[in-house]
Design a protein around this ligand. Structure first.
Ligand SMILES: [Zn+2]
Length: 55
């Protein structure tokens, strides 16, 4: 799915960062997920860009 619109690609970029990664198995989960959809672990972390500021 090619995205040529810069505004849309920006939204897509932000959405990609808004995910949770399982620390146990590395699966990507929706940002609202409490448990990993793969291994059911609650050890999830938010995928963030470059560290940076907190909050
Ligand atoms: Zn997992």
């Amino acid at each position: 799915m090619p995205v040529t619109d810069p505004v849309k690609s920006e939204i897509v970029r932000k959405r990609l960062l808004d995910k949770k990664i399982c620390r146990k198995c590395g699966a990507t989960n929706p940002p609202k997920a409490v448990k990993c959809r793969k291994c059911k672990s609650r050890n999830l972390r938010l995928k963030k860009k470059f560290g940076g500021k907190k909050g």
